[in-house]
Ligand binder design. Structure first.
Ligand code: PLP
Length: 235
C-alpha cells in the first residue's frame, strides 16, 4: 500500500480545525492538534514533522518509548510526546521514561500516586490531565464525575503531578453530533470543578478524534487527538 498523503491530510485537518474554531469565536492557535501515531512507523512521524507538526500521541507507553525515545532517528527531532492511553501500573516506569509533554489519561488514584512517586524519585514533575468517563459506559476508562470530585483533594496534593484539566473519550458513533452532549458534559464538569477548586489549573480540555474533533472544538476542546484523518486507517 502506498503511504498516505500525510502532509495533505495534515493541511486539511488544520483547515477544518481553523473553521471550527472560527464558528466558535475562538482562535485556531489556542487549540493543540495532537497527531496520533499508534501502530504507525517512525517514517510517518518524520513526514509529519517535516510538514510542521510537533505534537504526537501514543496510547501504549512501550510503543511510544520504542518509537520516540529508543530510536536513533528520533534523537534531536522537534516533537512533543503525549501519552493518551490507559497506563497499567507495571508500565508506569516506561511511561515516565517517555518524558511525556502531557499525560492525558490518568484514570485512577493508584496510577496517579505511582506516577507521582516515580516522578519524585527522578526529580521531575509530570504534566497531566484526568480522564473522565462522562457517558458511564462500562467499557470506558476514567473517573465518574462524582468519584473524581471525591478524590480531587488528594490528587491535587500530589507534588510531582501538575494537573491541567480533563480528558474524555465518548462512546463511538459515526455521527459526530452524538458526541456533543458528552463534550458539553466534560466542559460543564470542568467549570464546576474550577469553581470548587479555584487554585488548580483547569485550562485544558482534551476531547475530539478524527470523526468528531470539530464538534469538540465547538464545545471548548483545547486539545484534539487525531489519528485516522492524518495517517489513514490502522491495520
Ligand atoms: C487512537 C486514539 C485517538 C485517535 O483516533 P482516530 O479516530 O484515529 O482519530 C484519539 N484518542 C485516543 C485516546 C486514542 O487511543
Amino acid at each position: 500500500m502506498p503511504p498516505p498523503p500525510i502532509a495533505d491530510n495534515l493541511h486539511r485537518v488544520r483547515e477544518r480545525l481553523a473553521r471550527a474554531a472560527q464558528r466558535a469565536g475562538r482562535q485556531p492557535e489556542d487549540i493543540v492538534l495532537v497527531a496520533v501515531t499508534k501502530t504507525h512507523p517512525w517514517a510517518y512521524v518524520a513526514t509529519a514533522i517535516a510538514a510542521g507538526q510537533r505534537d504526537f500521541g501514543e496510547n501504549r507507553p512501550e510503543e511510544a518509548h520504542a518509537k520516540f525515545i529508543d530510536n536513533p532517528d528520533a534523537a534531536g527531532q522537534p516533537f512533543r510526546l503525549h501519552l493518551i492511553g490507559p497506563i497499567q501500573s507495571r508500565k508506569a516506569k516506561i511511561a515516565l521514561a517517555c518524558r511525556p509533554a502531557l499525560i492525558h489519561s490518568i484514570d485512577r488514584a493508584k496510577i496517579a500516586r505511582r506516577l507521582d512517586r516515580l516522578a519524585s524519585e527522578r526529580g521531575v514533575v509530570l504534566d497531566a490531565l484526568l480522564e473522565v468517563n462522562v457517558s458511564g459506559e462500562a467499557s470506558k476508562h476514567g473517573w465518574s464525575p462524582d468519584a473524581l470530585r471525591a478524590e480531587l483533594p488528594d490528587l491535587l496534593a500530589l507534588p510531582h503531578l501538575r494537573l491541567h484539566g480533563l480528558m474524555t473519550i465518548p462512546p463511538y458513533d459515526p455521527d459526530p453530533e452524538t458526541a456533543r452532549p458528552y463534550f458539553i458534559a466534560l466542559r460543564e464538569l470542568r467549570d464546576a470543578l474550577a469553581a470548587d477548586f479555584p487554585d488548580a489549573d483547569w485550562s485544558q480540555l482534551s476531547m475530539g478524534m478524527s470523526h468528531d474533533f470539530e464538534v469538540a472544538i465547538e464545545e471548548g476542546a483545547t486539545i484534539v487527538r487525531v489519528g485516522t484523518a492524518i495517517f489513514g486507517p490502522r491495520s
